[in-house]
Design a binder for this molecule. Sequence first.
Ligand code: ATP
Ligand code: MG
Length: 332
Amino acid sequence: RPRVLSGIQPTSGSFHLGNYLGAVRQWIALQESHDAFYMVVDLHALTLPQDPRELRENTRLAAAQLLAAGLDPERCTLFVQSHVPEHTQLSWLMECLTGFGEASRMTQFKDKSAKQGTDRTSVGLFTYPILQVADILIYQANQVPVGEDQRQHIELTRNLAERFNGRYGATFTVPEPYILRETGKIYDLQDPAVKMSKSASSPKGIVNLLDEPKASAKKIKSAVTDTGTEIRYDQEEKPGISNLLTILATLTDTGIAELEQRYAGKGYGALKTDLAEIVSDWAAPFRTRTREYLDDPETLDSLLAKGAEKARAVAVETLAQAYDKVGLLPSK
Ligand code: ATP
Ligand code: MG
């Protein structure tokens, strides 16, 4: 079975619709056909300031949401990034293989650091794509199911895997991105030119899956659209409506063309009302299941410990090979 690896940050508590449609939904499907490794990337969260207690809680919360969404620890390996120390060890080798200019060209870094200013931007934020490279390569993953915003980082991963293999001999699998065209990018409801984002979206622009249904409904109903009246998929002219159509199509497994027909002659309000209802119907059982996992932290923690053990078995082996290849002296 081909192997997949992916991760999600425990940054702001609830997952949003972009995380679910762009990434987590694929994770669930892929655990049936692939040897799947999924993790909560708590080390990546540290690239921005975090309250220690909140970080710990949010890490459990992220794991609980992944289980509630449908990950099955019997069919995939689910763990917390910091429980497998080999990631950061391999990351150092990868940092030493990366050009400074090459790292400087990562657009996520440029965007996030531009917002914060250089003095408040951590070196960790600068090097986090390289830790991500290590996250992927240490499992010899064949595919990486992520949203469109991660494409450049997967490209960096491929480049570094090839560079390492070229310099030291075949060691790492060169992974492919696994990005669905339709849902690879879900947009901010208030600004459909930018992606919905945990750290960057305004509260009104982001639909959090754990929010009260009423709050989500209100956000969907006040989503920015356009001055026209026609419900039609048109990314250029109607980015707001197109985004709502994408979300509705995916959550209901309906084609966009069929939705366009269904809403022919109807107003934007009808589309928004229906979508608000679909989202809250979907989110209600998700919220209940998440709460159930959180109410039993001991079971959750031991589940994550088992996941980390399975993950480490692979990671230790890859790291030993990589250390050997670059010429580090083994400790006897
Ligand atoms: P941040 O903006 O702080 O980086 P995020 O919203 O991107 O947070 P992550 O935890 O970084 O959330 O991403 C988890 C997964 O969700 C990644 O695979 C990412 O590509 C995907 N993803 C995030 N936002 C979107 C979006 N708007 N549309 C589709 N996929 C998304
Ligand atoms: Mg992100």
